[in-house]
Design a protein around this ligand. Structure first.
Ligand code: C2E
Ligand code: CA
Ligand code: CA
Ligand code: CA
Length: 269
């Protein structure tokens, strides 16, 4: 059964379950969920400001658990990170998302996926990404890898190797926690995702959103505002000069088929 389940996962990704690390039931179940097709991706549109044209999407993972129902990433990503299963999970996400991207006929559309700092410590991570891009015939610049922390414990070389491939790297949740100026100074990236706490904050936080955009512009990076929920937030960000954004105001994360309908203009919005 173990061999059967490992089928379909390429490379070394299937064997990274660290023995003794955290054998919770959920951890064991997650190991099988990855290979048994219980994970799926939603696609949240990333839109241009101010015209709301769809530029691409961020893929967000869900677990259709046989008894617990749909589980959000916060319920299992931390377990995946503790057990090392995140490496196999990220490889699954990468391939599932690139497979979907290969069906979008507009070759200008971009795709963002989330990775963990743990992935960046895998010596062959950049090679795996290159192989997946090759497998699905995707130009590297159409893929952005988002992580809230890219800068410590030897991940610098991995980020550099990814950028060398032409893949873009984004600092997620920028302005909070690990996703800081220290990180930005340590490891060059391509994109800053302004954390939703700044997007959603009142007028007193506008200077923060403005400063992050200035910072991005002066370093030649793309800035994307996350978590836009209202018309006011969207227009304030557009007025500041943000060229792209995501959030419930524009669209919730959508099943693949609905995102495709949105692209072909058959969706009611
Ligand atoms: P994130 O990367 O910061 O993703 C944005 C989260 O904000 C998503 O939650 C999204 O559904 C939610 N969101 C989008 N627009 C709005 C809005 O207008 N208002 C509010 N309140 N929320 C909004 P989700 O899908 O539950 O994902 C949560 C986190 O789980 C992600 O945060 C990311 O850190 C992690 N995650 C999701 N998918 C993956 C994955 O495939 N791999 C890894 N390693 N982590 C993932
Ligand atoms: Ca993200
Ligand atoms: Ca984020
Ligand atoms: Ca986050």
């Amino acid at each position: 059964i173990a061999m059967y389940r490992a089928k379909g996962i390429t490379g070394t990704a299937a064997v990274h379950f660290t023995p003794g690390a955290d054998h919770t039931d959920l951890g064991l179940e997650l190991r099988n969920a990855i290979t048994d097709g219980q994970l799926y991706l939603l696609y949240q549109p990333i839109v241009a400001l101010p015209d709301r044209r769809v530029l691409g999407a961020e893929a967000l993972v869900r677990w259709q658990h046989p008894t617990h129902g749909t589980m959000p990433p916060q319920a299992f990503i931390p377990i995946a990170e503790r057990t090392g299963l995140i490496v196999a999970l990220s490889q699954w996400v990468l391939r599932a998302a690139l497979s979907e991207l290969s069906t979008w006929t507009d070759a200008s559309l971009v795709l963002n996926i989330n990775i963990s700092q743990r992935d960046l410590r895998e010596p062959d991570f950049a090679d795996q990404v290159a192989a997946a891009l090759d497998e699905y015939g995707i130009a590297p610049h159409r893929l952005t890898l988002e992580a809230p922390a890219v800068g410590s414990a030897g991940s610098g070389p991995s980020v550099a190797a990814l950028r060398e491939l032409g893949v873009r790297v984004a600092l997620d949740d920028f302005g909070t926690g690990d996703s800081s100026l220290t990180m930005l100074a340590a490891v060059p990236v391509d994109e800053l995702k302004l954390d939703s706490s700044f997007t959603q904050a009142g007028a007193d936080q506008v200077p923060v959103a403005a400063s992050v955009l200035n910072l991005a512009n002066s370093l030649g990076l793309t800035a994307v505002a996350e978590g836009v929920e209202t018309f006011d937030q969207a227009s304030r960000l557009a007025d500041l000069g943000y060229a792209s954004a995501q959030g419930f105001y524009f669209a919730h994360p959508l099943p693949a088929a609905e995102f495709s309908e949105l692209l072909t203009g058959t969706a009611v919005s």
